[in-house]
Design a protein around this ligand. Structure first.
Ligand SMILES: *Cc1c(COP(=O)(O)O)cnc(C)c1O
Length: 198
């Protein structure tokens, strides 16, 4: 079937992922790795007038994408022991991204602490990058039902050992996923190739 374009909706893949995560297919978007999904999320939920809050230190790409898209950054330092104090993220009023566990520290917050951050920023999107969650942290996926502003990003690249397949999922409320799909369909609707979808 490689003479054909892949299914731009990734329907079979999203149905399978939704079943795995206990979500509906309209709560799942497939991307060409987490990097693409995170880029789409910043494109959807930030711009020159809508900053991104993120820790320092953390995954380096967040800052690179902000620079590329002229998104102002609100950089929040880690504590002296490299832990992340969730209280610093309450009531920020801007889009937030947190890698949980954080990279490269490997230190994680309990899922409930992320839920409190989402509750304390009700009018903003809170993105949780769970690239390393399977190595020993609590996933925030079960909190998606309670917090419609929570976007969880997972990848096949680390614990699932398929970095070369380029596959990641963005998981959230149908409204957030619809916003992401609008960006994806405008930029790169065939982002997940036929072999990877299979
Ligand atoms: C590896 C990594 C990514 C990117 O993963 P891909 O799915 O391969 O694009 C994103 N965030 C963090 C924290 C990572 O370590």
């Amino acid at each position: 079937d490689l003479q054909l374009y892949p299914d731009p909706c990734c329907l079979a893949l999203r149905r399978a992922a939704a079943e795995y995560y206990g979500l509906e297919p309209d709560q799942v978007m497939a991307g060409n790795g987490s990097d693409e999904n995170l880029f789409f999320a910043l494109r959807a939920f930030c711009d020159e007038d809508h900053p991104l809050a993120r820790p320092d230190v953390t995954y380096g790409c967040y800052g690179v994408w902000c620079d590329l898209m002229h998104i102002p950054q609100q950089i929040i330092p880690l504590e002296k022991d490299l832990t992340l104090d969730p209280a610093r993220y309450h009531g920020l009023g801007v889009t937030i991204v947190i890698a949980n566990p954080n990279a490269p520290t490997g230190l994680a917050l309990p899922a409930a602490a992320i839920g409190e951050i989402a509750a304390a920023n009700p009018n903003n999107v809170v993105i949780v990058d769970e690239a390393y969650v399977d190595f020993g942290a609590e996933s925030c996926v079960p909190l998606i039902r309670e917090h419609e502003n929570l976007l969880v990003v997972q990848t096949f690249s680390k614990s699932r050992q398929m970095a070369g397949a380029r596959l990641g999922f963005a998981l959230g409320s149908p409204e957030l996923i619809a916003d992401l799909e609008r960006v994806r369909n405008s930029l790169n609707p065939y982002n997940v190739n036929q072999m990877t979808q299979a």
